[in-house]
Design a protein around this ligand. Structure first.
Ligand code: ADP
Length: 267
């Protein structure tokens, strides 16, 4: 999975990443079989993480509209015990949120010890939509990359492991997905005419993403560019990286606080 992880000293161009990647498998069902195995393992590791109550995992999901954030949460994060996961979706900031610094609403929902937090959008919106739509002056948003790096460093120094996934789809794939939403009655609720305006800003978004990925890939909190045109491959890669990360965190079930060897449970 290393091929999808960025390094702080090697800036990337998004155009060098193929959103269609996924041919490494003989068939889709091979990938799905592997995904099921990884999800079972993630479930066990998550239970140990929860019981250990020392470290935590933060998963950041960013994507262009229709990029598959919801699907990834459903298929990958949905496989773990809901008691140990908190999903937060970041919307247009409220008046109260705007009255604070941009990280205020984010810090409050970072994961407690033993927990996995999933961010559906995140503090990165403050260097993405804010930049593309001029919602703050350049002097303000351009300082945020460094502030984000410091914030993430602070979290990792406090036992939070951070995984950041950019679900990378092509513009043509987005068109297919928008058409599908438009033409399927049960999916029309997801279609917003405003999404077309955002689609018109595709290049500006790609540029803003490229900058965020390059400026905010640190050794402690790297970005991953996930090929996301094929949903089954996207799910497979994300689950694999989460599994590998949890394996490396190596959470341990705690020893019982008392000697249990003599305990007898009467009938
Ligand atoms: P989603 O597209 O994630 O399924 P919505 O359709 O409710 O959910 O979109 C959330 C909207 O909130 C997006 O347009 C996103 O750009 C916007 N948003 C999130 N964070 C911010 C922010 N910090 N500043 C401005 N807009 C934001």
């Amino acid at each position: 999975m290393d091929q999808y992880g960025l390094s702080p000293d090697k800036p990337i161009k998004l155009s060098d990443f193929d959103p269609d990647d996924g041919e490494g498998f003989k068939s889709k069902s091979d990938a799905q079989r592997q995904l099921r195995k990884d999800l079972l393992r993630i479930r066990v590791l998550q239970e140990a993480l929860y019981a250990e109550h020392k470290q935590s995992l933060l998963i950041v999901l960013q994507a262009m509209d229709t990029g598959g954030k919801d699907g990834t949460i459903e298929h990958v994060c949905g496989a773990v015990n809901p008691q140990g996961v908190v999903v937060t979706s970041f919307k247009v900031p409220s008046a109260e949120e705007l009255a604070h610094d941009f990280l205020w609403r984010v810090h409050k929902v970072t994961p407690a010890r033993g927990m996995i937090a999933v961010f559906n959008r995140s503090h990165y919106e403050d260097v993405l939509v804010v930049r593309v739509h001029d919602l703050a002056p350049k002097e303000v948003w351009s300082q945020r990359y460094e502030l984000i790096n410091q914030f993430e460093k602070h979290l990792t120094a406090n036992g939070v492991v951070i995984l950041k996934f950019f679900l990378h789809i092509s513009k043509a794939e987005q068109k297919e997905r928008l058409l599908d939403r438009l033409n399927t009655p049960d999916k029309q609720w997801k279609f917003a005419v405003g999404d077309l305006k955002e689609r018109g800003l595709w290049d500006q978004y790609q540029e803003a993403y490229e900058d965020a990925l390059n400026k905010c890939t640190t050794a402690a909190a790297p970005w991953y560019v996930i090929p996301a045109n094929r949903k089954w491959y996207r799910n497979y890669v994300v689950a694999r990286i989460i599994r590998q990360t949890l394996e490396a965190m190596n959470p341990q079930f705690p020893q019982p606080a008392e000697d249990l060897s003599q305990v007898v449970i009467e009938d």
